[in-house]
Design a protein around this ligand. Structure first.
Ligand SMILES: [Zn+2]
Length: 330
C-alpha cells in the first residue's frame, strides 16, 4: 500500500561488492534521513567526504548508465539502487560509498532489495506529496522511441524494449508499488548486446563486467550464468531502469507511463519534461496575470488582487519593487 507519510530506512545497513566500470571493491551504507532530504550520495573516499544529491539537475552522463556529478565529484550507475529505493517507496536516505559507483551485484536491483530489507522502512511525520499527472506529457526520440505519461490513479508502466534486432522484443504493462516491486521488477537483470560490449571489454572499460552481472544477447542466442528469471526479463529490466531514472524527479509520480525503446537518455529527457509540467502546474496555482513587468510599486489594492488574503500573505500591504521575475520586495 502506498504510504500517506514520507518514509526513510529504519536503521543503517551495508553491503560490499565490485563496481562495474573500475572493477574496484566498494562498500555502500544506507542511512536514515529526515523528510525533504531525498536521496543523497556521500563519497567517503574523497577529502571532505562531499555529498551529491540525486537530482535531475546533477545528471551529467547517460550513456549505458546514469551518472551524477558536481564539480569533479561523480557517482555513476546510480539507477538500480535508486530504483530499489523508489520501488520500495523509501523517500529519504543517505547513501555512503567509498568508490565512484555502487556495486553492480548481479546486474539487477537484488542486492539493494536485500540491503533495504535489512534496513527496514519507517514512516516520518511529514505527509507524502506525489505528482499526479493531470495532462498528458510526452517526449520522442529520433530512433522512434517515445515516453508518455497519462492520468492514472496509481503508478503503472506499459513498456516495450523493441530494439535494433528483430529478436527479443517484449512488452509488459504492470501496476507497480512497494507490494510487488521486489517480486515483479527488482530481480530483472541488465542485458547487453554482444557487439556493443565486445569493444568495451577489449578497451578495459568495464573491468567488473561478466556473465555474473549481465545477460549477453548475440543474435538469436542469449548467454547468461543462470536461467532467465522471467520469460520477459528484458522489458522488466527496462521498467526497473525507468523507475530508477524517474527517482531523480523530486516526487513520486502517479500516472500511467508509456515507453517504447526507453534508454537512460530518453528516461532523463522524459523526467525533465515532467519537471517542466510540474513547475507549470505549480505556477498555475498562483494568479500571475496582474503582476506588472519590470519595477513598479503595488499598493494594497494591487496586492489583494494577486495574493490570497490569508496567512502568511496577510501582512503584505504593498510591494515596493520587483527584482527579476521572481522576487518582490515588500
Ligand atoms: Zn539497468
Amino acid at each position: 500500500m502506498p504510504t500517506a507519510r514520507e518514509t526513510t530506512v529504519e536503521r543503517e545497513a551495508s553491503l560490499t561488492g565490485t563496481s562495474l566500470h573500475s572493477g574496484a571493491k566498494v562498500r555502500l551504507t544506507v542511512k536514515p534521513a529526515g523528510s525533504g532530504f531525498g536521496y543523497q550520495f556521500r563519497r567517503m573516499d574523497l577529502a571532505d567526504q562531499p555529498t551529491i544529491p540525486a537530482f535531475l539537475e546533477k545528471v551529467k552522463q547517460v550513456e549505458r548508465a546514469t551518472t551524477l556529478a558536481e564539480g569533479s565529484v561523480k557517482v555513476s550507475t546510480v539507477e538500480h539502487l535508486l530504483s530499489a529505493l523508489r520501488g520500495l517507496e523509501i523517500d529519504n536516505a543517505l547513501i555512503e560509498l567509498d568508490a565512484n559507483e555502487p556495486p553492480i551485484g548481479d546486474g539487477s536491483a537484488s542486492p539493494f532489495l536485500e540491503l533495504l530489507s535489512q534496513a527496514g522502512r519507517k514512516e516520518l511525520e511529514a505527509p507524502r506529496s506525489v505528482f499526479q499527472i493531470k495532462e498528458p506529457v510526452w517526449v520522442t526520440a529520433p530512433d522512434g522511441g517515445y515516453m508518455a505519461a497519462l492520468p492514472h490513479e496509481g503508478f503503472k508502466v506499459s513498456c516495450t524494449n523493441s530494439n535494433h534486432t528483430p529478436h527479443h522484443t517484449q512488452f509488459l504493462s504492470i501496476e507497480v508499488g512497494a507490494d510487488n516491486y521486489a517480486k515483479e521488477i527488482g530481480r530483472a537483470r541488465t542485458f547487453v548486446f554482444y557487439e556493443e560490449v565486445e569493444p568495451l571489454l577489449a578497451k578495459g572499460l568495464i573491468k567488473g563486467g561478466s556473465l555474473e552481472n549481465a545477460i549477453v544477447i548475440r543474435g538469436e542466442s542469449v548467454m547468461s550464468k543462470e536461467p532467465m528469471r522471467y520469460p520477459d526479463e528484458f522489458v522488466r529490466h527496462k521498467i526497473l531502469d525507468i523507475i530508477g531514472d524517474l527517482a531523480l524527479f523530486p516526487l513520486p509520480i502517479r500516472g500511467h507511463i508509456l515507453a517504447a525503446k526507453p534508454s537512460h537518455g530518453l528516461n532523463l529527457q522524459f523526467a525533465k519534461a515532467l519537471l517542466k509540467a510540474y513547475r507549470a502546474y505549480q505556477s498555475s496555482l498562483m494568479p500571475v496575470e496582474n503582476v506588472p513587468v519590470g519595477e513598479r510599486a503595488l499598493d494594497i489594492n494591487d496586492v489583494m488582487k494577486i495574493l490570497p488574503h490569508r496567512y502568511p500573505f496577510l501582512m503584505v500591504d504593498r510591494v515596493l519593487r520587483f527584482e527579476g521575475d521572481t522576487k518582490g520586495m515588500p
